[in-house]
Design a protein around this ligand. Sequence first.
Ligand SMILES: [Zn+2]
Length: 356
Amino acid sequence: MSMPVPVVWSADCLRHEPAGEVWLGLRDPGTEVPDRALVLRAALEAAGAPVQDARPHDDAILRTVHDPRLVGHLAGIWADWDQAGLPADYGRDRVVPYLFPTGAMLAGLPLRVPPAAHARAGLFCYDTMTLVGPGSWEAIRGAVDAALTAAGLVGSGARLAYALCRPPGHHATRGGYGGSCYLNNAAVAAQALRVAGAAQVAVLDIDAHHGNGTQMIFYDRPDVWYGSLHVDPGAGWFPHYAGYPDERGRGAGHGYNWNLPLAPGTGDEGWLDALDVLCVEARELRPDAVVVSLGLDAAAEDPESPLQVTAAGYREAGRRIAALAPAVFIQEGGYHLPTLGPLAVATLQGAAEGAA
Ligand SMILES: [Zn+2]
């Protein structure tokens, strides 16, 4: 069976080489590597999916989703770090923050922007795992263009589209980055669909981890509903501080945010049951479009989560989600290189069946 879902990607995604992550004080090799994009692309192409390049877009929508200061910081911090001599003179080959100006530190003082690049590294980053290197910005911006291009396809009548975004995005908040995410590709796609005329958008986040960034970007809004199933942060999993069921939205957005945390070890049955709960809620809103944060890290083989979902589970998820409305799938996590491609193919095959 040929795969009828258009795949949008940007070759720039390969330029982001985080070269590891600093976790609990030590630099580990990291799992968010360029090969992820290559195996995804190869598998989708082999399955017959038409692959197209992302079209360049201006920053208009990006700057309504994110604080423009975050966008400017990401665009310039590597050059500043490099110019300060940190790689050449100090052996610091990636931007890693060592100081975070938290509310507790400032205790009411105004937030200044210090001139030293090594001090500014912690101004927008909220963890030590999300490194910036020489080609990172081009990849980050290319992922946004891929999301916007795929959203544009669905906004202009396509039933399904998939954006092969790398780096992923759902942990990026309006003004902060972390969790291997820099700019929120799914949130940008959702906002683009709103601008293109979708009155109600539903974001379904099936990555193994809670999409704290997407949740908070739309937390006060009823027009973009957010539903997530993910491994329980209360059981010790990233992002630890968000993803609990009592986070229901705020103000006009109250009731438009749904978190369904799952116990470690949850497999197809529990995962799909939770998805059904979200699909029932989403369907009641009669969404004009769905954005799927497609993390493939809930799979049993994945090293980054204890969920135990199979390829058949992902295929069924694709089928059920695509039955809701026209859908843009945005690649999020997924780190087991040998199974990543087959999982993406299974999901999009299911989606094609659900949309038929
Ligand atoms: Zn994840």
